[in-house]
Design a protein around this ligand. Structure first.
Ligand SMILES: C[S@@+](CC[C@H](N)C(=O)[O-])C[C@H]1O[C@@H](n2cnc3c(N)ncnc32)[C@H](O)[C@@H]1O
Length: 326
């Protein structure tokens, strides 16, 4: 997913705001994406996580860290889907402070809607109490690059989560450090990793869309080599010595109309996808492809008419850190 250059590595420059991040990372887009992701997440990988996590944490509080947490939708999912029970510590991190401020509002509204209690102490710390779980939450503005270098937390995490973010991160440089934060048998749940294919239907006449989407994927590569094939790169990476790949599977985004209409989330998500492609190819890396604006207008109109379908290939993974040999 295209974004401005990652400036996490050259701190102390401030992290980009949501507006600078473009339509893709607008908090409204992240909220809408939640229901698309809910459908897409691979249920076999999820089931493996549900089975493995209690074994990994045993009787201790589960110690969880999420990178690129956005507005906190993965935490809500993990509670709603019954994964998190008992005492849990959850460190939700993101490079964007705007998203984390939004997370607090999003989580408060979600908890209200479900009758859960939040006890906040300051802006960044909260205790969520549900019928089944007691979750100590910390919201921290931090880049994955920086978290990977932390030594004080090495070997302490039961679960690392990265959802729809690893295509923005230099895997080879950052993932080893993040995985080193895991306890022996600690788990990495790495989901919705883009894997090189975006398809809109009905077919756009003239073959022009092929060039547009080709340039769109190429722009990801310009930002970060390998980004447009993050899914398959992880499939290989997670089988290196010291790791055990417990489960892998597709988590494609598939959006289509029913009775020529989409849910509000689907409609927002589709418009944002078209806007992202157009924005990415406008005024960057040479002249925009001929007919880009017409393409975007046509696709936006098809959303209004309930005739556009979208298929984006993603992959999910669950890996375990092997304990050292005795
Ligand atoms: C596509 S959004 C996904 C957010 C959330 N995981 C979700 O699915 O709703 C990517 C998120 O990663 C964050 N991000 C991008 N690069 C990052 C980095 N290097 N370190 C930490 N967070 C990063 C962005 O600010 C954004 O919130």
């Amino acid at each position: 997913m295209p974004v401005p250059p990652n400036n996490c590595t050259d701190s102390p420059r401030p992290a980009p705001t949501a507006a600078e991040n473009g339509a893709s990372f607008d908090p409204g887009y992240l909220a809408a994406k939640k229901s698309i992701d809910d459908r897409a997440l691979n249920r076999l990988v999820w089931a493996e996580l549900c089975q493995a996590l209690p074994q990994t944490t045993a009787v201790k509080p589960a110690n969880i860290m999420e990178i690129g947490a956005g507005i906190g939708t993965m935490l809500t999912r993990m509670v709603d889907w019954g994964l998190l029970t008992g005492p849990v510590t959850y460190l939700a991190t993101d490079r964007d402070a705007v998203h984390l401020r939004q997370a607090r509002h999003h989580l408060a509204a979600w908890a209200d809607g479900h009758g859960y209690s939040w006890y906040w102490s300051g802006d960044q710390r909260g205790l969520l109490v549900t019928a089944h779980a007691e979750i100590s939450l910390v919201l921290e503005q931090a880049c994955a690059e920086e978290l990977a270098l932390r030594t004080e937390t090495t070997g302490t995490l039961h679960l690392l989560i990265a959802h729809a973010v690893l295509d923005l991160i230099n895997l080879a440089a950052v993932l080893p450090g993040l995985l080193a934060q895991l306890t022996p048998n600690g788990l990495a749940y790495l989901t919705c990793n883009f894997d090189g294919s975006t398809l809109f239907l009905p077919e756009y006449p003239g073959g022009m869309e092929q060039e547009i989407l080709g340039r769109y994927h190429a722009s990801m590569e310009t930002r970060l080599t390998g980004a447009s094939h993050t899914g398959r790169r992880l499939l290989h990476f997670l089988q290196r010595p010291g790791l055990e790949l417990l489960a892998a599977g597709s988590s494609d985004w598939v959006v289509h109309a029913r009775n020529e209409a989409y849910s509000a989330d689907e409609s927002l998500f589709l418009h944002a996808m078209i806007a992202t492609v157009e924005q990415e190819l406008t005024g960057k890396s040479g002249p925009a492809p001929a007919g880009l604006a017409t393409w975007a207008r046509t696709r936006h109109r098809q959303i209004e008419a309930g005739t556009l379908s979208l298929l984006v290939r993603n992959l999910d993974f669950l890996a375990r850190r092997r304990p050292p040999l005795p």
